[in-house]
Design a protein around this ligand. Structure first.
Ligand SMILES: *Cc1c(COP(=O)(O)O)cnc(C)c1O
Length: 358
């Protein structure tokens, strides 16, 4: 196998010191050390997420907690706002769990606007709203502040946000925004191997879990939280302690970089990429709503993507094609996790060289 520098939107590059922590010897998952580990992770995740809410970990990818969250939160009906495939996923998860749901899909390239959210919530039909903060399939970042201002007007509505590809790359102030369940995965901007999902859970969400019926077992957030509360920061089943060792260490690295510095690094990479993409191609999302962690670019010159990625591979780099419907129309370059501006200069120069741009 040849390992390349990854410019794909997950899994992202993992620092060798973090990878090494995955090889930490095992401890008992009912030990005091395991409780201490979970407690340390909770404290550091709260700092990163700007929240006092409870932190749930799940040995699954992010989709696991998305499933648990939507299944456990809806007593009436959910409204799902989608600007791409990961938005649609919320609706699929609801339907497959027999959760009543409506889906609003935005026109291609457009974000979810606060006004649209208001129009649906005004009807009084819904008790859950889901938003994809950063839609990885289309490179759209939704205006979460404005959406939060709307959702706040409806105290009986739970606010579920997919921050899988933005958490740890952009500032998401969970408590200020009033996000009830904020979900992320280990393998995106957190820059860990895949296999761990994380969510913050508000007291309001916890109350709702009590009135929702069949929530299953493994992904039931009420069950996960119960063990954290009653069993001193443990799990109902055996967690991936390896991920937890690595996460504990990675969160120290993130604090050492400085959380704000980390956000600035991501913004600088994004601004560089958006400018570069618009000079040579065209960025897919409507201007002003470009993602800070992944740039989705229209292939305006009709180059052959797999040829490009093969050539990049020879130079030790890998980017991503489009996703779903946009598979052949766009390509995506991620700028999250461990990547720096220098890496973005390197990958864009290589693309210019291979495609003979300019
Ligand atoms: C990657 C991703 C998911 C899915 O997460 P998994 O960890 O692969 O289950 C969901 N939403 C968004 C926005 C993503 O980028």
């Amino acid at each position: 196998m040849e390992f390349k520098k990854l410019f794909i939107p997950g899994p992202t590059n993992v620092h060798p010191d973090v990878l090494a922590k995955m090889a930490t010897p095992m401890i008992g998952h009912r030990s005091k050390d395991a409780s201490d580990l979970q407690r340390r992770i909770t404290e550091k995740m709260r700092n990163l997420m700007f929240t006092k809410n409870k932190i749930a970990l799940s040995t699954s990818s992010g989709t696991g907690l998305m499933e648990g969250a939507i299944r456990g939160s809806v007593a009436k009906r959910a409204i799902v706002f989608s600007v791409g495939d990961f938005g649609n996923r919320w609706a699929d998860l609801a339907r497959l769990n027999d959760v009543p749901v409506d889906l609003h899909v935005e026109e291609s390239g457009n974000p979810t606007m606060p006004k649209t959210v208001d129009e649906y919530l005004k009807t009084g039909k819904y008790d859950v709203v889901t938003i994809t903060h950063n839609e990885t399939s289309t490179g759209i970042m939704n205006p979460i502040d404005g959406i939060a201002d709307i959702v706040r007007k409806y105290p009986d509505v739970l606010f579920l946000v997919d921050c899988v590809s933005s958490m740890a790359g952009t500032k998401i102030e969970v408590d200020r925004l009033g996000i009830d369940i904020c979900i992320t995965s280990s393998q995106k901007a957190l820059a860990l191997p895949p296999g761990l999902a994380l969510a913050s859970v508000s007291p309001k969400a916890e109350e709702r879990f009590n009135v929702v019926g069949n929530k299953g077992y493994y992904l039931d957030l009420k069950n996960i939280i119960k063990y954290i509360d009653k069993k001193d920061h443990q799990y109902s089943s055996t967690p991936s302690l390896s991920h937890m060792f690595a996460l504990d260490f990675q969160l120290d690295r993130i604090e050492k970089e400085g959380i704000e510095n980390r956000f600035i690094r991501h913004t600088e990479m994004a601004e560089f990429m958006i400018d570069w993409a618009n000079r040579h191609f065209k960025v897919y999302p409507k201007p002003g709503f470009e993602s800070m962690t992944v740039t989705c670019i229209n292939n305006t010159i009709g180059f052959n993507f797999s040829d490009l990625n093969k050539e990049l591979g020879k130079r030790g780099m890998q980017i991503s094609n489009g996703y779903g419907e946009l598979k052949d129309k766009t390509f995506r370059i991620a700028h999250m996790g461990e990547l720096t501006l220098k890496d973005m200069v390197e990958v864009t120069r290589a693309i210019e060289d291979i495609l003979k741009l300019k």
